[in-house]
Write a protein that binds this ligand. Structure first.
Ligand code: PEP
Ligand code: MN
Length: 342
């Protein structure tokens, strides 16, 4: 249930309702919006005999039953779009935040070349895995902490924020030390103990959609992070498995308007993993901006043919620049913006 207060409700009235809800053994999450304060009440709904008992309390404007299994991720709880800051990039605001970098950090020269190029083209955040979830145990698994350090240093030299994947609970402290946002990979979307711990990590989390997850399951995973105390969650659509084999995955761009309807959380699109083929990435990046994505994440590599992972889908830096210029036209046309870069 969600309790919406009158615009002029006093702090005392809000505290009074909060105390009554807590007395029932339920948890309260508060959101102070522009016009109204809203309480999200979560827990066993059987504890509330009749939600109307709250509707008549002083200061309360409305009590809304929430039928969706996610509450804190729902639009009802937070009617305005949430804005999540990654370093100084506001994801979910008027800017379409561009995130770029290699699949994996491989060397200082590689990450420096990419960081310089993508910063010049207007990317705000540098991506790159130091801990890689690979299908084969014999494939390159990432550089680990030295990779995180190279990523951080390259980002700092070019004024970029850092987004990088965390695969296990044990890795959270070390990844949080170097990164501005922690990425949960598609394969970990339903690693619930990891999500709970990320709720306590103090950094924004970018939650990728599982390759066979429904949108509702994805939002339930976001709910794990939110209900564990972290309001800074960004969703990332990266393609789902279907019967189609022409592309690596099927990039579900309809997820963008669906998420915008159901949730207040920002959503970013990753066309690189979505299609798996660099020739198809620019078109889907443009489509993502047109669909209303709050950001686009693209894999870029200076030498894709020799990349240690995901070479076929990596753009060359100059191809990324062209993509940025065309996405910027679409963003501007729609009343949004994409940073210009150096
Ligand atoms: C990645 O971003 O490099 C990655 C491993 O993505 P996903 O989890 O979406 O496969
Ligand atoms: Mn990759």
């Amino acid at each position: 249930m969600i309790v919406v207060f009158e615009a002029h409700a006093t702090e005392e009235q809000i505290q009074n309702v909060t105390a009554k809800v807590k007395a029932l053994g339920l948890e309260v999450h508060r959101s102070d919006g522009v016009d109204h304060t809203v309480l999200g009440v979560v827990g066993d709904r059987k504890r509330i005999a009749d939600i109307r008992q709250f509707a008549f309390l002083p200061g309360v404007r409305d009590v809304i039953p929430v039928s969706s299994p996610y509450k804190l991720a729902s639009r009802e709880f937070h009617p305005e779009d949430s804005v999540v800051f990654i370093k100084d990039a506001a994801v979910g605001g008027p800017e379409v935040v561009m995130i770029a970098g290699p699949c994996a950090v491989e060397s200082e020269a590689q990450i420096e070349t990419v960081a310089r190029a993508v910063a010049e083209s207007g990317a705000r955040l540098l991506r790159g895995g130091a801990y890689k979830p690979r299908t084969s145990p014999y494939a390159f698994q990432g550089l680990g902490e030295p990779g995180l350090a190279l990523l951080r240093q390259a980002a700092d030299r070019h004024g970029l924020g850092v987004v990088t994947e965390v695969m296990t609970i044990e890795q959270i402290p070390i990844v949080a030390r170097y990164a501005d946002a922690l990425q949960v990979g598609a394969r970990n979307m339903q690693n619930f103990p990891l999500l709970v711990e990320l709720g306590r990590c103090g950094k924004p989390v970018m939650l990728k959609r599982g390759m066979s997850a429904t949108i509702e399951e994805w939002l339930m995973s976001a709910e794990y992070i939110l209900s564990s105390g972290n309001a800074n969650v960004i969703l990332c659509e990266r393609g789902i498995r279907t019967f189609e084999t022409a592309t690596r995955n099927t990039l579900d761009l309809s997820a963008v308007p669906v998420i915008k309807h159901l949730s207040h959380l920002p959503i970013v699109v990753d066309p690189s993993h979505g299609v798996g083929d660099r020739r198809l990435v620019p078109a889907m990046a443009r489509a993502a901006v047109a669909a209303g994505a709050d950001g686009v994440m693209v894999e870029v590599h200076p030498d894709p043919d020799n990349a240690l992972s995901d070479g076929p889908q990596a753009l060359l830096p100059e191809e990324f620049t062209a993509l940025m210029n065309r996405c910027r036209i679409i963003a501007t046309t729609l009343g949004r913006k994409i940073a210009k870069g150096a």
